[in-house]
Design a protein around this ligand. Structure first.
Ligand SMILES: *Cc1c(COP(=O)(O)O)cnc(C)c1O
Length: 371
């Protein structure tokens, strides 16, 4: 008997001008970090987000680090970060010599709970980093209110939320600045890559300076500060520009996948809790994320193994930062929702290349496994 093909949890869609643009880089020999695709991709991304500046980086983690350094975050400072996130969010704070202060999340949206923000603010707090987890923008109005009241910067970690919106604005246009990731499994990809967006001219100039080893932008080989090499290559930007040209089609294909899940998962009754979508804007569903219902005999990790045996890849929701060795000392008494979601949450296959038959297979497998 032939086995059906494996269904992966994520997969890039490279069905546009990616190939032509990469060949243009090779044919022109512009393969390093100068070239027309860098400027074109930055311009197109800024326009897409509705901001003045976009600064391309070599990945989403360096984008976060660069943003924090440019904002002046350093030793002794505190940055409020959700415990339920990908570890890069907290690591970027640590790279600055600053301390991540962990905040709990809303168990329905997985995003940080703004009601818990103010209690965590100290005289050392410099910034808040709302992470738009799995593609849904955080409830930004109360976060921005708290930031204004206390004079804090807001760095959106929008790594998973290209194209997501909040009250008519794009993710990337909501905070002091925002960062994105273009890793292979994200909404759009450049292989490895990242971007920072901001409306602040001075901040953007500082980021460009620091991205290129600290070299004065108007005086070559003059270095007024210690910077980094966080540049993106023209080849990465070539892929990114082609991805951005087709992002609306790819987001629409994801919404179709979501519609199939929403409809068909109802068959499983209360064995799974479907994702909660706020009515504040567009959730782009980087990952269709469910929680397991109560009273099941099977554990979440066994569900992942059993699905794998049926040819379906799935992933656990992120482990909260405070349960892992580097950040265990930051545990507070108020991170219970992060622990619950980290224990029973499951990312189902979500990408633009999935067919209705694929989703039927995922549902049938869940039906078989969830006992
Ligand atoms: C992917 C991701 C990052 C880091 O991006 P890389 O490009 O992998 O360095 C940061 N934060 C979040 C929430 C992410 O999902």
């Amino acid at each position: 008997m032939t086995r059906p093909p494996r269904i992966s949890v994520a997969a890039p869609s490279l069905d546009g001008n990616e190939r032509d643009y990469v060949l243009e880089c090779l044919d022109s020999t512009w393969i390093s970090s100068v070239g027309r695709f860098i400027t074109d991709f930055e311009k197109a991304f800024a326009d897409y987000c509705g901001v003045k500046h976009a600064i391309a980086c070599n990945n989403g983690t360096t984008a976060l680090h660069l943003a924090l350094v440019a904002l002046g975050v350093g030793p002794g400072d505190e940055v409020i970060v959700p415990s339920l996130t990908y570890i890069a969010s907290a690591n970027a704070v640590t790279y600055c010599g600053a301390t991540p202060v962990l905040i709990d999340n809303d168990p329905r949206t997985f995003n940080l709970d703004p009601a818990k923000l103010e209690a965590l603010i100290t005289p050392r707090t410099k910034a808040i980093m709302p992470v738009h987890l799995y593609g849904q923008v955080c409830d930004m109005d109360p976060i921005l209110d708290v930031a204004r009241k206390h004079g804090l910067k807001v760095v959106e970690d929008a790594a998973e939320a290209v194209g997501a919106t909040y009250k008519g604005k794009m993710s990337g246009a909501l905070g002091t600045c925002a960062t994105f990731s273009f890793f292979g499994n994200k909404i759009i990809t450049t292989g490895e890559g990242g971007m920072i967006t901001t409306d602040d001219d001075e901040l953007a100039a500082q980021m460009r300076l620091l991205r290129g080893q600290g070299m004065d932008l108007n005086r070559r080989y003059w270095f007024p500060v210690v910077g980094f090499n966080y540049r993106m290559t023209n080849i990465q930007a070539a892929i990114g520009l082609a991805q951005l040209e087709r992002v609306d089609e790819h987001l629409a294909a994801r919404q179709q996948v979501v519609a199939w899940y929403d409809e068909k998962l109802s068959r499983l009754g209360n064995r799974v809790i479907k994702p909660h979508v706020e009515d504040t804007g567009r959730h782009v569903f980087w990952m269709y994320t469910v929680r397991l219902g109560e009273g099941l005999a099977i554990s979440r990790d066994q569900v992942i193994k059993d699905l794998d045996g049926l040819g379906i890849e799935s992933r656990p929701v992120f482990y909260p930062m405070h349960v892992m060795p580097p950040y265990a000392h930051l545990a507070t008494g108020d991170l219970a929702n992060a622990e619950v979601c980290g224990a029973d949450g499951l990312n189902l296959p979500t990408h633009a290349g999935l067919s209705e038959a694929d989703i039927d297979r995922v549902i049938a497998a869940l039906d078989q496994v969830l006992v």
